[in-house]
Design a protein around this ligand. Structure first.
Ligand code: HEC
Ligand code: HEC
Length: 351
């Protein structure tokens, strides 16, 4: 009798406890999965991403370059005289015919040695504020003089570049027209190359036409991928803004000994962090990542889906649980960011 009472009491208390606890438990653990994800509107996506605005480009000293300066920069970009043995130009590693890259995981410098990192694409850098995979250059002007002098790349002293270019009659005339008297300086070489690079703009992809109101510009699969990009797959956390980059540095958990940003700012928290690359024209820029270790967009998406290859403190890197169909949709969306930039090979002045 006594025992029975205790049993009833215990069961009653348990039921009561369950009644109190059950509801919140159910609410927390089950309902989010059942609730369908809300799709973002075109307005919301335009706010998060959008089309690059030419008026937002900040030119050095607020001065837009002239057509003559741009054309001169293009010649220098294509001119092998900028490298020690006249065998290599900027275009060797940043070829507009192959996505402004070189198509290989790591290229070779003028002396034949492998370059330490993948040649990045150079599209839409006009809006960019920080350069190189590790952010060690602050302007395109500064950046351009880097590879010319780098022993592992073009291996030239700036004074020798000035002498070599200065000896070409055609360039004497072109520099004068572009920058005035006594203008063949490494500073102006950097300026002209940067002026040309800022014209490598891709801004009329299917995605841009879609957000501008052309419903048929993107396939249903690409639209699905777009929703995943800004939703479930959370790519938008880093690939944000009209050029699909936050211009910041993240460790994605790649297997690589390269310390990246951490080596530049000597901060452990930035070890193995690299700059988020822009994604416009990304279908042309394989192989991918700072070490060129991922050969296709499918491989890149699979890498994100499995939450990287090495544990990292980065909370944004985690298993995404994308289905194969969702992986394909993301790749289709990346394909919708394509608007080729066609560059006609310039006539370079002869000796
Ligand atoms: C041998 C191949 C090679 C040559 C030649 C070369 N580059 Fe590069 N370029 C690279 C590599 C590799 C990187 C990335 C290096 C890094 O981040 O540490 C890079 C980075 C860049 C970047 C930075 C892109 C970004 O998103 O931050 C620009 C701009 C650039 N190069 C322009 C040039 C110009 C201009 C020239 C000629 C003066 C040139 N490059 C010559 C291989 C090359
Ligand atoms: C935590 C920030 C972050 C998130 C989230 C993120 N990315 Fe990235 N992405 C980066 C960084 C940083 C790199 C360069 C990494 C490296 O080279 O080590 C990169 C590289 C890439 C590349 C290679 C581009 C090239 O030119 O080499 C592609 C493509 C890409 N991401 C697509 C995506 C997609 C699709 C998603 C969503 C599934 C995504 N990213 C999510 C930061 C991020």
């Amino acid at each position: 009798m006594h025992n029975k009472h205790i049993t009833y009491f215990t069961i009653g208390t348990l039921m009561l406890l369950l009644a109190i606890l059950h509801i919140p438990i159910l609410k927390v653990s089950i309902s989010p999965a059942e609730e369908p994800r809300k799709e973002k509107s075109i307005e919301e996506i335009t706010d998060l991403l959008g089309t690059p605005d030419l008026d937002d480009i900040e030119y050095p000293d607020d001065e837009e370059p002239t057509a003559k300066q741009i054309e001169l920069g293009k010649m220098l970009f294509y001119d092998r005289r900028l490298s020690k043995h006249k065998t290599m130009a900027c275009v060797t590693c940043h070829n507009p015919d192959i996505g402004t890259g070189d198509g290989v995981a790591k290229g070779r410098g003028v002396e034949g040695g492998l370059v330490g990192r993948n040649s990045p694409h150079i599209y839409n850098l006009a809006w960019n504020k920080i350069f190189f995979w590790d952010g060690r250059a602050a302007s395109l002007e500064e950046q351009a003089l880097g590879p010319i002098q780098a022993e592992g790349e073009m291996n030239m002293l700036l004074e020798d570049v000035e002498k070599r270019i200065g000896a070409v009659a055609g360039y004497q005339k072109l520099f004068k027209e572009a920058y005035g008297d006594n203008a063949i300086t490494s500073e102006n070489i950097g300026k002209a190359i940067a002026a040309f690079e800022r014209t490598l703009i891709s801004d009329n992809s299917a995605f841009d036409r879609y957000i501008a109101g052309d419903e048929s510009a993107m396939s249903e699969e690409a639209k699905h991928g777009m929703q995943l990009f800004v939703g479930k797959a959370a790519c938008i956390e880093c690939h944000s803004g009209p050029n699909f980059t936050d211009q910041s540095f993240h460790d994605l958990g790649m297997k690589s000994d390269d310390l990246g940003r951490g080596k530049i700012i000597k901060a452990k928290s930035m070890n193995k962090a690299f700059k988020t690359p822009g994604l416009r024209n990304v279908v042309f820029t394989a192989p991918y990542m700072h070490d060129g270790s991922l050969g296709s967009l499918e491989e890149v998406v699979q890498f994100y889906n499995r939450g990287g290859d090495r544990p990292t403190d980065n909370k944004l890197v985690k298993k995404l649980n994308l289905t194969p169909q969702e992986e394909r949709a993301l790749v289709a969306f990346l394909g919708a960011l394509t608007d080729p930039v066609i560059v006609k090979r310039p006539e370079i002045p002869k000796d």
